[in-house]
Design a protein around this ligand. Structure first.
Ligand code: GLA
Length: 716
């Protein structure tokens, strides 16, 4: 396992391929393999008959020549695919598993069956089948570290195996003799990485049947011949875990951070996140001098006049009641991100070449419309791709937006638009001459750029290292710190508060705090699949002591919701894996940054990202990152002390089977009876003496709050 974010990054090569346009040439390499292999396929014409044999045949295929006389065939997708066994989503008829045309190596296949690994489809051949033909591989829509194997079993014997096929690798072609066979089983496995959701395609898959056959092959429920029973374990649709739906109670409630900070003299902005039937009317007592509250919108703005610490009493009143909550406001330098930043970033959803001003405006709109702003999500961040190509600054060195980032108004107007909703505006650059996506970086323009961003109203700055490696390889810690401090100093001189977060260089967590970073990545880019959530989550272990108010370990964006470089691709995480993911991020006090298409969130995703009690754990004002308290093989208990004297406790099952996990009060340094609440269900489970145990799904979690809340500066 590597937790390094520098050279090589987990996905940097593919990232840079995608961004530099090199993908096309990689794909054409795949296409050429394809064309050669496709020669045989072209011989099989739509319409049902094998009409010719290509000249170029493998020996095995030549031996089959006799069997390839004109014959009928049926497309695999014409069978009843509902009888298959699968772990995440049903087989897709004529499409890849994500429901888009099957595409491999740039070639679109008109026929085929898309499947997530793992799956099994069993076909009763009725003794009439002579051959199975298919082209298999990972769909192009899944270019990030997918890995699968395809197997064909006939009457209890494995007769063909593709071997491991990974994303962007050439397709493989199957031609299997079925003569005399009774039961064929098509199996897609997960390539050994426990990600059961990689998009494997049985493209152009067909069963050739003997001329004059009176019956047709058909699918059956489960194999009676073939796979050993253990190979079928877990091959049933994993239902979405039960979690409480979005809380739409009409009684007002105030959410979000209980503490926020700003530099006196700099613009202050804070939207009181509140829900409940409207119209809500807001008020606040004991606000520090310089701040004012808009009682209709709940937006607190102004400029703090001096250093200090104030406890404001917020109130949201509506027809169905009144909500009250304390908000601690800290006025001082470098008091930003006192709880982990929450918001949205454009990277995984729009990449560098599809992000536009309009999409950023829409993200801000949807943040409000989906009810996320009122749960505490506040940053709307543009990632790479907004600025000009390298070397194309204006004559005076001023940074300009690139042609791809279509700007209809101005960056300042975009910032104003976001701020008018009480939300905050984020931007991205690099200390090097170029960014990771090969746009202009800020090298030797750091202060000039920071001032420009301040004029635009930027509140959040993400710096990324890639391009800096051409300036300095960062072989010493001092050199690495320099790449960070150059922006720290620039931001400090620009007259505006900006949360400062940094990607790159694996050991940043060891020194990020002392050089004034608010967040630093702890691992390479994440992909929306289990092996990645697992990889990155494991990287949190050992970094716990570095996290705290104002400085956080960043495991990268949340991989939920439709996303992935303009494809609206559903996450490859099962429901349980998404729950594990969100829980782990919250237990670890990680930034909660979405990077999906906010316009298209499903109810499960919304419930997952909007649960106030779960978010409360992430945003706890003590800022103590959770730690494993017991680890028994794949079974982990993690706990996190909370401001009110209770503890958040997560039972994580990293394993492949459901398992019972017990948390003992002694391990939490507790004794006697304690109340337990299930945070995902938002339900009190009762009072438990000594311990609590629950059955936890494969790759799943149970998230609890243990103990009775007490008094604190932040509550009630
Ligand atoms: C790196 C980062 C990503 C994103 C891209 C942009 O890969 O880790 O989060 O910012 O660069 O090019």
């Amino acid at each position: 396992m590597t937790c390094s974010t520098v050279n090589p990054r987990a996905t940097a090569p593919i990232n840079s391929i995608l961004r530099s346009g090199l993908l096309l040439s990689v794909l054409s390499a795949v296409i050429s393999v394809h064309a050669e292999e496709g020669a045989f396929y072209n011989a099989v014409q739509p319409g049902g008959n094998i009409i010719a044999m290509p000249d170029k045949l493998s020996t095995a295929m030549a031996a089959k020549k006799v069997a390839l006389q004109p014959a009928n065939f049926i497309w695999l997708e014409s069978l009843d695919l509902s009888k298959g066994r699968f772990t995440l989503r049903p087989f897709a008829v004529g499409n890849s598993a994500i429901g888009k045309p099957i595409t491999m190596g740039g070639k679109v296949y008109a026929h085929g069956v898309g499947s997530y690994s793992r799956s099994v489809l069993t076909v009763d051949l009725k003794g009439v089948a002579t051959q199975f033909l298919a082209t298999v591989g990972i769909d192009d829509s899944h270019p990030y570290s997918g890995s699968v194997t395809f197997e064909i079993w006939l009457d209890g014997r494995k007769v063909a195996d593709s071997g491991l096929i990974e994303s962007l690798q050439p397709v493989k072609v199957f031609s299997v003799d079925l003569t005399g066979g009774h039961q064929m089983l098509l199996r897609v496995e997960n390539g050994g990485d426990f990600s059961n959701n990689d998009c494997g395609n049985w493209a152009d898959a067909k069963i050739v049947i003997s001329p004059g056959a009176r019956e047709k092959p058909q699918t059956v429920d489960a194999p009676s011949l073939g796979l050993e029973p253990k190979a079928m374990v877990g091959l049933e649709l994993e239902p979405l875990p039960a979690i409480a739906p979005v809380d739409n109670s009409s009684v007002p409630a105030i959410h979000g951070p209980r503490i926020t900070g700003a530099t006196p003299g700099h613009p202050f902005l804070y939207l009181i996140p509140a829900t409940g039937a409207g119209p809500l009317k807001y008020s606040a007592e004991d606000l520090p001098a310089g701040l004012k509250l808009d009682e209709q919108t709940g937006i607190i703005s102004g400029v703090l006049e001096k250093d200090g610490r104030w406890v404001a009493q917020l109130k949201a009143s509506g027809p169905q009641g009144v909500a009250r909550r304390k908000l601690v406001i800290v006025g001082d330098r470098h008091k930003l991100a006192l709880t982990p930043p929450m918001g949205w970033n454009s990277w995984y959803v729009w990449g560098g070449d599809r992000v536009t001003e309009q999409k950023i405006r829409e993200a801000a709109d949807w943040m409000v419309k989906q009810g996320l702003a009122v749960r505490g999500y506040q940053y709307v961040n543009i990632d790479d791709g907004w600025d000009c190509p390298p070397g194309r600054r204006e004559k005076d060195g001023h940074i300009s937006t690139g042609e791809l980032f279509q700007l209809k108004t101005s960056m300042k107007a975009l910032g104003d638009y976001i701020h008018a909703k009480g939300l905050k505006f984020g931007i991205y650059s690099s200390p090097g001459p170029t960014t990771c996506g090969n746009y202009e970086g800020s090298y030797q323009h750091e202060l000039q750029d920071a001032r420009t961003w301040a004029e635009w109203g930027v509140d959040f700055f993400k710096s990324d290292l890639c391009g800096y490696l051409s300036v300095d390889s960062g072989s010493t810690v001092e050199a690495r710190k320099k790449a960070v401090t150059v922006f720290r100093e620039a931001i400090d001189q620009c007259g505006r508060d900006m949360v400062y977060t940094f990607g790159g260089w694996g050991d940043t967590w060891e020194w990020g705090r002392e050089v004034g970073l608010n967040c630093w990545r702890i691992a390479g880019d994440i992909n929306p699949k289990w092996s990645d959530v697992r990889r990155v989550a494991l990287c949190q272990r050992g970094t716990e002591q570095q996290a705290g108010p104002g400085h956080w370990n960043d495991p990268d964006f949340l991989q939920v919701g439709p996303s992935w470089f303009s494809q609206d691709m559903p996450t490859f995480l099962t429901g349980n894996e998404q729950l594990f993911h969100m829980t782990h991020w919250c237990m670890s006090a990680a930034p909660l940054i979405l990077s999906c298409n906010l316009a298209k969130l499903e109810p499960f995703t919304l419930a997952l990202i909007s649960n106030d009690e779960v978010i409360e754990v992430d945003q706890d004002p003590l800022g103590i990152q959770g730690r494993p308290v017991t680890l028994l093989g794949d079974l982990e208990v993690m706990s996190r002390p909370l401001f009110d004297g209770t503890q958040a406790v997560a039972l994580f099952n990293w394993g492949e089977k459901p398992a019972q996990i017990e948390v003992r009060w002694a391990d939490l340094r507790l004794a006697g009876p304690h109340p337990v609440r299930d945070l995902w269900l938002r339900k009190d489970l009762g009072v438990f003496d000594g311990s609590f145990k629950a059955t936890v799904a494969r790759h799943g979690t149970v998230m609890l709050k243990v103990g009775k809340p007490g008094e604190s500066e932040f509550a009630p």
